[in-house]
Every structure is written in C-alpha cells, then in structure tokens.
Design a binder for this molecule. Structure first.
Ligand SMILES: Cc1cc2nc3c(=O)[nH]c(=O)nc-3n(C[C@H](O)[C@H](O)[C@H](O)COP(=O)(O)OP(=O)(O)OC[C@H]3O[C@@H](n4cnc5c(N)ncnc54)[C@H](O)[C@@H]3O)c2cc1C
Length: 490
C-alpha cells in the first residue's frame, strides 16, 4: 500500500515516521519547499505542553492527544537524541481575576489526568524562579512542561522515516488530490502525477484549500493567527530555568518567557487574527513587539532592548472552532485530513501520528503489522556542547572541526559538511537556512552577518552550484556579501 503524505512539517514528519515502521507500507512525503520544516513548525515557542491548558469539554481530542504527545516526545527524543528538556512551567497570575482564571487549569489538570500540577502563592513562585517580578500573586505550576527544538525534531523524524524506507520529494507542490469512482488515486503536483492508495493531507495553513480539491470540508477554512517573538542574546541575565507565561486568554496560552534549548531568551507570542488570504504574512510590527515587552515585563525582569538579536513571527493554522480536523473518509476512500493543527500541535504531533494509524486501520478496515527491525538515526551533535577534551579529540580525528565557520555559536566546517550530507541523504536541497536549522550557524548574535557567506561557500563547493544560486530568495545576498565578493576574499 502506498501512503502519500502532503506536508513535511512536524505533523507530516511524525505520521511519516510512524507509517515507516509498518510492514508493506510505502511512504512518500511530498513537500512544496526545498527542505523540511519550513512552514508553521519552524516558528513557534517550542513548548511541550503538559495538557492542563486544554479544556476537555470543548476540545476533547486536543486534550487527550496533548497529554499523550507529552509522554511520547520523551521516548522519541531519547531514542533519536532530539534536544528536549523537562523544565516545568509557571502560569503566573498578577491579579485576583487572573487567579480565578488560573484555578480553572488546576481543574482541567485533574480532568485530563495531568500529573504534577499545583497552585503556588506569592513567595513560593519566587523561590522556584529568581527574576520573577516580585509583585506576582502566584502561579499554577506544571512539572511536566518541556522544551524542544522544533526544527531539529522535525528534521530528525524525516531522517528516521527515510532510513526506514520513506521517500521525500521536495520542491513538489500538490495542486489537487485525485479522486476517481469515490476513491483516492493519488495527487497531481507541479512535477507530475503520483499514484497512491491513501493520501494524508498534513499541509498546515493550506490544508483547507487542499481538502477542497478533493471535494470535502468545503466550509472548513483556516485562518492565520500570527504570533510575534523577540529573541535576546544568549548571555543576558537573568534567564528563567522554568518556563514562564502569563495567564491564558481565550485567544492564546499567554505570553511566554523562556530560555530555548540553545540558551537564548525568547519572549512571545502575540495573537493576531489575520485575513484568510494572509497565509504568508509573517511580518513583525512595532505594536506587536511593544505589547510583548509590556506583557512579559509584568512577570519577569526583561533585559534591555540593546540585547535583542532578532524578531520573527509564525502563523497558527487556526481552524473554525479551535478543533483540529483529524478524519479518515470512507468516501472518498483513502483520504485523511490532519488539518488546522494549531497549538498544541507540536506537543501532540507523535500522538496525532499514532491516532492517524488507528483511524486508518478502523475506517479502511486494515490491520497493520510493525517491522521487525527499525533503524534509528540520532540527531546531529554539536561541537559547542562538548568538553575541551572531546573537541581536541574531534579535531585530531578530523581537522575540519578546527575550522570555525560561525563564531557566535561556535559551529565548525565539519558540522556544516555533516548537515549537508544529511540534507542530501533525505533528498532535500542544501540551503543556508537548512544549515542554520541543523547546526545553529546563523542563529547567534550577528544573525549570520559573518557566517552566511562562509556557509554559502561550503554549499557551493559541495553542490557545484554557483554562489549566487546558493544565496537564494530566503537568504538574499547582502551588501556585506557583495563587498567580500568584490574583495575576492572567498
Ligand atoms: C506562534 C506559534 C506558537 C506555537 N507554539 C507552540 C508550542 O509552544 N507548543 C506546541 O505544541 N505547539 C505550538 N504551536 C503549534 C504548532 O507549531 C503547530 O501545531 C504545528 O507546527 C503544525 O504543524 P503542521 O505540520 O500541521 O504544519 P506545517 O509545519 O506548516 O507543515 C505543513 C507543510 O506542508 C507544506 N505544504 C503546504 N501546502 C502544500 C502543498 N500543496 N503541497 C506540498 N506541500 C505543501 C508546507 O510547506 C509545510 O512544510 C505554535 C504555533 C505558532 C504559529
């Protein structure tokens, strides 16, 4: 049986991984971008939520899969070495009204069977996390909250899927799902037709439009809800150990103040409903960023603005009533929607994948059998996280470890080459952004001003592409790069 998965975000990647571990199933992942994780999954807070913020009455499936996903990520991250840390989370309240709202989540925790959730008052919060604004009234503490690197997670899942037989097709945009005689026949893409027995629509913000091409869910429309962020340098003080956020509102889970897995202070997101056709509007705005500073300052000592290194925004694929659309259809037979996966989609992704497997068996009357042997690919290791002794050993074995490409994040040429090898191995296209997501080169203080040209040069050497073709649309050539080229320093 051939299963075509449209979309290589965290949802498509999780489904691809689960299906690649099943006997007699051929998995093809089709992605319109040159690499994986270039959609919603690359720009979010990276929180693995405990599940106490999900209302089990309004969104029962979301609540169930969030709690399950939190557990499965622990297994997957230790199996594949995906950067994940359990940090615990404080939902902070600063007024009595917010306290009343926060108590609701202690109740949800009981209903959703979320362990380790308790109410803390005043000083108890300060004892857990220094830097919290002294005026806070209290917080709901949730022990099982964690943090993950969303792109490393998605990339590693695709690497594991490919190692277990899946095929990834990038730069391949699905134009329509082909239905004949009430059954799925495959997909029509910009590169031709791909035959398939089952099509999984995991196209993120575009999953509504794709569903419509199959003649289903014609009233289902996804609205982009923008979330803006501010990133600070790694060396700012203080940085919270625990994940902090303001009390949720009907629109969002609140504004977060977190230290990312790579050590940057991150605050955000905002929650702004955009028009339906603004699915690419990832602009940041002065109003949005000012609002973040104001909200975050209510709960934490925010560093000066001179320490900011980057603003960015992501778009939540908001379904009409907040409910995810996860459904296997018997008419047209073979179609599966995994659409409108807004937060906590990153958390729930592994549980969503197992749930999809379950409904495919049930609705299509199939019985899957797992493969006897499943290959495991570990995510990339970072030289910067090793001891001096280990680095010394690495350089002796391979001198490319001694050639630093990105000085801010201490990324070596050997790591860039390894990232490119892995990119080509899964069938994706090497790009500067792809190297950034795999190695962190370009995520540091200078935001790639220095290393982008070095990375481009290495990509050019490996792929044989001219430099201007490597510095493509998402990483346009900058004035500094032109000067370097003119001086012929590369
Ligand atoms: C601001 C923000 C903060 C968030 N914070 C969190 C959080 O902390 N924790 C959490 O659990 N969740 C969080 N989320 C939610 C989480 O990021 C999403 O639920 C998840 O990333 C959705 O993944 P996806 O695979 O459905 O979408 P995507 O990552 O967008 O993947 C869909 C893929 O399909 C491709 N595609 C689209 N159309 C086509 C086509 N026609 N042909 C081929 N390919 C196509 C796209 O290029 C894309 O790569 C947040 C979301 C946002 C925006």
């Amino acid at each position: 049986m051939r299963v075509i998965i449209v979309g290589a975000g965290v949802i498509g990647a999780s489904i691809a991984y689960v299906f690649s571990t099943i006997k007699n199933v051929e998995v093809i992942v089709v992605e319109k971008e040159p690499d994986v994780c270039w959609g919603v999954s690359k720009a979010n807070t990276g929180i693995i939520h405990p599940g106490h913020e999900e209302d089990p009455r309004a969104h029962p499936l979301r609540a169930k899969l969030c709690v399950e996903g939190n557990k499965i990520w622990r297994e997957w991250s230790s199996l594949m070495n995906i950067p994940f840390e359990e940090r615990g989370e404080l939902m902070i309240f600063t007024t009595l009204e917010e306290r009343r709202e926060a108590l609701k989540y202690v109740e949800f925790a009981k209903l959703n069977n979320v362990p380790g959730v308790s109410l803390l008052e005043g000083q108890e919060v300060l004892m857990l996390e220094r830097g919290v604004a002294p005026s806070v009234l209290g917080a709901v503490y949730a022990k099982t909250a964690g943090i993950i690197s969303p792109f490393e997670a998605t990339i590693t899942l695709i690497e594991n899927s490919v190692a277990n037989g899946a095929k990834l097709l990038v730069n391949t945009e699905v134009k329509r799902i082909i239905i004949e005689n009430g059954e799925v026949r495959g997909v029509e893409t910009n590169r031709g037709i791909i035959d398939g027995d089952v099509v999984v629509n995991a196209a993120g913000l575009y999953s509504d439009k794709l569903a419509h091409t199959a003649g289903v869910e014609l009233d289902f429309k996804i609205r982009p809800r923008r979330g803006q962020y501010i990133v600070f340098e790694r060396d700012v003080e203080p940085k919270p150990r625990v994940i902090l956020h303001t009390t949720p509102t009907p629109l969002t889970k609140g504004v977060y103040v977190v230290t990312t897995v790579h050590g940057n202070l991150l605050i955000g997101p905002t929650a702004e409903d955009l028009d339906y056709d603004e699915k690419e509007n990832t602009a940041t705005t002065e109003t949005g960023l000012e609002q973040l500073i104001k909200e975050a300052s209510k709960i934490y000592r925010i560093p000066p603005r001179s320490k900011v290194i980057r603003f960015f925004s992501g778009l939540r694929p908001e379904p009409p009533d907040g409910n995810w659309l996860i459904k296997a259809y018997d008419d047209p037979w073979g179609l599966i929607s995994v659409a409108g996966i807004r937060s906590p989609g990153l958390t729930a992704a592994p549980a969503i994948a197992y749930y999809v497997k379950e409904i495919v068996e049930e609705v299509f009357d199939l019985k899957f059998e797992g493969k006897e042997e499943i290959k495991v690919i570990k995510s990339m290791e970072r030289m910067a996280e090793k001891s001096y002794k280990e680095i010394d050993k690495l350089i002796r074995q391979n001198p490319d470890y001694g050639e630093v490409v990105c000085y801010c994040n201490v990324v070596s040429k050997a790591e860039v080459l390894e990232a490119l090898r892995r990119t080509l191995e899964i069938g994706a296209v090497p790009t500067i952004d792809g190297v950034k997501f795999r190695t962190t080169a370009g995520f540091g203080r200078c935001q790639g001003s220095k290393c982008r040209i070095n990375v481009a040069q290495i990509i050019s050497e490996v792929t044989g592409k001219p430099l201007h073709a490597v510095m493509w649309r998402r990483s346009p050539i900058g004035i500094g790069d032109v000067k370097v080229l003119l001086r012929q320093e590369i």
